[in-house]
Design a protein around this ligand. Structure first.
Ligand code: BG6
Length: 464
């Protein structure tokens, strides 16, 4: 079939989720507490409609049926994460065999259904025992994470051939140490920098350990970053400078060490200027240099827009925000439910950036999607959500990705966030993202219009 938007051979058409957002079963079969389980137990009122992490989409129980549904929606690949707190419920780092059994079953079931598993190791879900040791502020926790990563490679690496060390490592420092949206709700830029640094160090050491193992011979390891192209308000020098600094803190602080093996000098200078350099050991520089990723996962929802500060920000502790302000573009198309700008051209700009500045490293779009509140409004007489807005959203982003691939970008897949509506942290089930809708009360799953559409796209490897 001649298609206007045809994608490269063996393209991955899939979806992404994470353990804490889909498994449920937070308190059974020996699982330990993660920071989310703990936080919900102390402050349920902080979560939308007080729905917590044990009431997620019951993947722990229903994984077999769900994997069959994945096939029905045409997915040839699926990314989820192992919950560290399920595999290693306490500080002894002893493996929980119920968890091993569960993840083995999931991996085997995916493979026998022709679905490539991509396994992520950390998705904002620090075990509570490790948080008590200081979380990512603590170097000791880096060592514990490496033990955990090695155990995962050893236990599942014979069958899992795509690993990622982190999902969106910027979120923990940004939401948990610069803002108070995620636990532990500390607002201190210096501590945020230490957290971000330890995540990158942990990722590099895990990569080095993976590459030493036999199972890595036919496997690869990467990291998932939410690259948000950062645009200045206009071409005024001060605004361009503000956008560049925002880009350094929120994108390049993760992208450069992960792909190029070193931090941008401009970022180091800014941190020095503010007395905010993290504690590090000399040997780390070599570790980060030598252990770059084999591929990138790129999550893309929206861009950032910046302008110079209109007023000086008076703060007692360092924050990158002293250098810029967010700018709201009056022409922006908005997803009003999530408050995120919809800007499909951002996908092309990401491709362009990776081609020009990051050696055209292989990457896949590891998340893209549209969270919508009140989707029951769109249920038709057959009981199906007619989410035509989601089809348009995905089409527009795929067109932009296609343009990037035509220009030479080395992109090998597109994953939707998400497969079945899942638990969105503090937003719980407020906004729905799935190809498959979930009735929270009955746990009934129904494929949405977008799921049917995606099946055709995957089958044809493109669309018109
Ligand atoms: C990504 C995360 O940033 O966005 C997911 O990797 C998250 O965990 C998704 O669920 C959608 O964002 P939210 O906040 O609406 O759930």
């Amino acid at each position: 079939m001649k298609l206007n938007y045809k994608f490269p051979e063996n393209f991955l058409w899939g979806a992404a989720s994470s353990g804490p957002q889909s498994e449920g079963a937070a308190n059974i079969d020996g699982k330990g507490e993660s920071i989310w389980d703990y936080w919900y137990s102390t402050n349920p009122e902080l979560f939308f409609n007080e729905v917590g992490p044990s009431d997620t989409s019951t993947f722990y129980k229903n994984y077999k049926e769900d994997i069959k549904l994945m096939k029905k929606v045409g997915l040839n690949s699926f990314r989820t994460s192992i919950q560290w707190s399920r595999l290693m419920p306490d500080k002894t780092s002893k493996v929980n065999f119920e968890a091993v059994k569960f993840y083995n079953n999931v991996i085997d079931e995916m493979l026998s259904n022709g679905i490539l598993p991509i396994m992520n190791l950390h998705h904002f879900d620090m075990p509570m025992w490790a948080q008590k040791l200081g979380g990512w502020e603590s170097r000791e926790v880096v060592n514990y994470y490496v033990q955990y990563a090695k155990a995962c490679f050893r236990l599942f690496g014979d069958r899992v051939k795509f690993w990622t060390t982190f999902n969106e490592p910027v979120v923990t420092p940004e939401m948990g140490y610069l803002g108070d949206w995620h636990y532990p709700c500390i607002v201190d830029g210096k501590r945020a920098v230490q957290v971000a640094y330890h995540e990158i160090l942990a990722s590099a050491i895990a990569i080095s350990e993976y590459h030493k193992m036999d199972c890595s011979k036919d496997g690869s390891i990467g990291i998932i970053l939410n690259l948000m192209p950062t645009y200045p308000k206009d071409y005024e020098k001060e605004n361009v400078k503000a956008a560049n600094i925002q880009d350094l803190f929120y994108n390049r602080a993760f992208l450069d060490p992960s792909v190029l093996g070193e931090y941008p000098q401009e970022l180091i200078d800014l941190l020095k200027e503010n007395g905010a350099l993290p504690k590090y050991e000399q040997k780390d520089i070599e570790t980060i240099k030598k252990n770059t990723v084999d591929f990138l996962g790129v999550n893309y929802y929206c861009p950032r827009r910046a302008q110079a500060r209109t007023e000086k920000l008076d703060v007692d502790v360092f924050t990158p925000e002293i250098y810029f302000e967010n700018y709201v573009w009056p022409m922006a198309k908005m997803n009003k439910y999530r408050g995120w700008e919809i800007y499909e051209e951002g996908v092309y700009d990401i491709c362009d950036n990776i081609m020009k500045n990051y050696g055209n490293i292989p990457f896949f779009i590891s998340e893209n999607g549209m969270g919508v509140e009140g989707e029951e409004r769109f249920i038709n007489e057959k009981g199906q959500v007619e989410d035509l807005y989601r089809i348009d959203f995905v089409k527009d982003h795929l067109k932009s990705l296609h343009k990037g691939i035509e220009a030479g970008a080395n992109c090998f897949g597109y994953h939707m966030w998400t497969f079945i509506d899942n638990w969105s942290w503090r937003n719980a089930y407020k906004n729905r993202y799935g190809f498959v809708s979930l009735d929270l009360k009955t746990q009934k799953r129904t494929i949405k219009k977008s799921g049917e559409w995606f099946k055709k796209v995957s089958k044809n490897n493109g669309f018109n």
